[in-house]
Every structure is written in structure tokens, then in C-alpha cells.
Write a protein that binds this ligand. Sequence first.
Ligand code: ZN
Length: 271
Amino acid sequence: MPELPEVETIRRGLEPLLAGRRITTFETREPRLRWPVPTELAQQLAGARVQTLSRRAKYLLLETDRAGILLHLGMSGSLRHCTPGTPLRRHDHLILHLDNGYQIRLHDPRRFGCCLPLPSDDTLHPLLADLGPEPLAPEFDADYLFQRSRGRRSAVKAFIMDQAIVVGVGNIYATEALFLAGIRPGRAAGRVTRAEYDRLAVHIRTVLATAIEQGGTTLRDFLREDGTHGYFRQSLRVYGRAGEPCHVCNSVLRTRRIGQRASSYCPTCQK
Ligand code: ZN
């Protein structure tokens, strides 16, 4: 599943290829994504000039001088930039034809992704309305986490993975950040101290920023005509390593289930 760093990598790769280009045709080959792709998008986008490609959480927002679209890659979606001669693949559901002859194709075998119109005024799309801050935005810090967590009995890991608290902290990043901050994933969020949230906020930012930085090196892959984009090879300290020794203290890493997800941790380094 594309995580926030991958979506940001895709955005950075695609924006220079799209900004200022005119969309000649918006072609829907399969409208049955998570929600049906509205038929009027084709008319609204034909001839539109792309202004920006931005990101909010794992949504990509493509804005043009006529209409905007909200894209989500779901579980298995990818976008590729290719020449018109590139053979169509099964699951290439949407094609943006650009005025320089290139195409952007949305490929999504499981069809959990979406492509919806953005409201034309300044109102937020309902899918974006209840999202917490971006983890790399200035308003996301220890104070914020501390205030929001008071009185909460849910596990701190579930708390930081809640999109209404902060967006884009997927299982891998939550697991790694909690290890780096020395906090056990199952502790009640309301019992985590201010000093611990200081460390946690810093490490959430660092693991995500590092993944985005490393994403730069996978841009080549994303631009490849086969559309594959490699997953981040950030060295993982605890994620997926239950039963193996901790790199810091050599204790055997443990795992427990929190909110349906396996959560590995070090019984010695994490309190
Ligand atoms: Zn350890």
C-alpha cells in the first residue's frame, strides 16, 4: 500500500511533468473505482491547464484552471508517465492525455483508489475535512500530542495512527518511531508523559522525512515505463523483526496485536 512518503515522492516526481501542461483528453477506461469516477470530469478537464499537484495526507490534489481532482491510490494504485505507444495494461483505468503527447496512467488492480472532483470554491472536500495535521507541519509537535492525548485510554500506537490526530503515520512508521522514542506501543496514550511526547514527535517527523528523502532515489523506478515503484528501503529497527535481537540491547524483540495490527517492540528499550 502506498504510504505518505511514497505519495509525496510520486507528487514530487509528477509535478514538474504536469505543471503548465494542457490536458487534451481525460479518458476513463474503468469508472468503477472505490467510488464511480464521475462522467462529467471528462468534459470539465478537456483543455484544462494544470496548475499544481499538491498532497494532503495520502490524497493527491490536481488543480487546473477549470476543475480539480482528488486522487487516492488505495491499496494497489500507481501512476506512470508514459508515451502514447506504451502498450496498455490491464487495470490502467484512467488516462490523462497531455498536450506534449505524454500520458499519465492510473493503474489500480484492486480498485480501492479514487478520482473525484474537487469543490470549485474554497470549501474542503469532505474526505479531507476531518484530517489531523500533516506530521511535517509546524502545528504537529509534542504540545499538540500531549494535549490531544489527555484522558485517552487507547494504545499510544493506535492514537498516532489515527488520521484525525495526525495523518500518514502508517504501521511501519508508528512502530519505528515508538522504538526510537523508547515507548511501548500498547501504553495508554493518556499516560505517556510530556517528555516522552517530545521524543515521539521528533521521531515521527524524522522517520517520515527520511523515507521521503530516500524516496528521491526511487523516482527513477516510478518513472520507469513498467510503472513499478520500489518500496522504501529504510533500514527497519523493529518492524517485522519480532523474535530477532534488538540492535541496541540484544533483547529478543516481541510482538503484540494492537488494533488488528502486529506491533513489534523491544521489552528493554521501550518502557
Ligand atoms: Zn532493545
